[in-house]
Ligand binder design. Structure first.
Ligand code: GLV
Ligand code: MN
Ligand code: MN
Length: 396
């Protein structure tokens, strides 16, 4: 909690509430410095990999390491726990283990993954995706933020060499097992009355950009019958997302961002970009929801005399975490429950390559990606104890 309090001023967003910390922006760079200093103060050796992820090694680096950690960036106006709780808990677990005289019997690292939320460049889990080869380097480097700054520019400004990004077999080989502790992002543990749980699965999910083009014109001088207003079509896409997801068991669809161009109160926009986040239990259901929303968007655009294009910006299939690891962790922690999650994580990207597990800490509000996200100090302490016990077993 002291560590979380230490960083509470970094990226605090007075306008939106909560925190806005995005890959390689001033706040995230300050958090990286904070992490580096904290790790070094513990005698850990910190290095940055080719894809901007930070690794703090307890002892010499090597293949097959026990790795724990999370991310320090946030969504716009996010909570204090999503990401940072996993990082500070990793450091606290190292303190706890060291305090009882434990020394890892194999390579051991705390990791901070870059741009997990995709809050700046649009693609979530960018650092782990690049490392794992789950996104092409060229495509990643071309991603740009709202000001037109590309990932390549941002990395260069941060002192990194963008020509070196991409699949990193060496870094991947170094991960023997990855365990990410995370605040729970729903009410699963609250309902079960448990402070800590393990992850079972992650929904299939992705992001799509829907661009609607019409005719820019004057809000007062243009008769209603003469309009080709992309905002009217966009509004129907928002409603279609709600309807289509509601019709599929367990599916979710959200339009959380919409940008009219040019964006004036007295201007009929010439185009509107909106972003769809869609998730469901499996690929088939997720694709079916997106296909239906796409069809409805096309019909709504045609009715308004507009055109629409739908572009998939990222996608990941359902993740089932390593059942053997999950069950052994749950048992070692006294039979804690295993829960599915609707949220994406770097652990979900790595799960395709190495045995991966997640620990969840109860969130009494059940709210996440918003300032009300919370975890009680006593539950955070339970989380650290559980993480330390897990790491001790894995790194013995
Ligand atoms: C990340 O937290 C996501 O699920 O989008
Ligand atoms: Mn998140
Ligand atoms: Mn997270």
């Amino acid at each position: 909690m002291t560590d979380l309090a230490d960083i509470a001023d970094i990226g605090a967003d007075a306008r939106r509430g909560g925190f806005s910390r995005h890959g390689y922006d001033r706040a995230e760079l300050e958090l990286r410095e904070w992490f580096t200093a904290e790790a070094r103060a513990r005698g850990l050796d910190v290095e940055c990999d080719r894809n901007g992820n930070l690794w703090a090694w307890w002892g010499p680096p090597g293949d097959g390491a026990v790795v724990t950690g999370s991310h320090l960036d946030s969504v716009p106006g996010g909570g204090a726990f999503d990401g940072p709780l996993g990082v500070v808990s990793a450091l606290a677990a190292v303190d706890l283990l060291r305090g009882k005289g434990f020394r890892p019997g194999k390579p051991f690292a705390v990791v901070v993954f870059a741009e997990e939320e995709g809050g700046r460049f649009g693609v979530a889990c960018l650092g782990s995706r690049l490392l794992a080869g789950a996104i092409a380097p060229d495509a990643a480097l071309r991603l740009s933020d709202v000001d037109g700054v590309t990932l390549a520019d941002a990395m260069r400004s941060a002192g990194l060499d963008p020509t070196r990004v991409g699949a990193d077999a060496e870094a991947l080989r170094r991960i023997g097992t990855f365990v990410e502790l995370h605040v729970e992002q729903g009410r699963g543990l609250v309902d079960l009355g448990a402070p800590v749980g393990v992850a079972r699965s992650i929904l299939a999910h992705g992001r799509w950009r829907i661009s609607v083009s019409g005719e820019g014109n004057h809000a007062g001088a243009t008769l209603m019958v003469d309009r080709r207003d992309p905002m009217v079509a966009a509004a129907q896409v928002v409603l279609a997302a709600r309807r289509s997801a509601a019709a599929v068991d367990g599916a979710r669809a959200t339009v959380g961002r919409l940008i009219p161009n040019p964006g004036g109160t007295n201007v009929i926009p010439s185009s509107v970009d909106l972003w769809l986040d869609a998730r469901a239990d499996d690929d088939t259901r997720t694709r079916a929801v997106v296909a239906e929303i796409t069809a409805l968007a096309e019909a709504a655009a045609a009715e308004e005399g507009c055109t629409v294009t739908v572009t998939e910006e990222s996608y990941g299939d359902t993740v089932i975490f390593d059942p053997t690891l999950r069950d052994s962790l749950s048992e070692a922690l006294g039979g804690v429950p295993a829960l599915p999650t609707g949220a994406g994580h770097d652990a979900g990207i790595l799960a395709a390559h190495v045995p991966t597990a997640m620990l969840f800490v109860r969130n009494p509000t059940g709210i996440s990606h918003a300032p009300a996200e919370f975890a009680e100090p006593t539950d955070c302490a339970e989380g650290v104890t559980a993480l330390a016990r897990t790491l001790e077993t894995l790194a013995r």
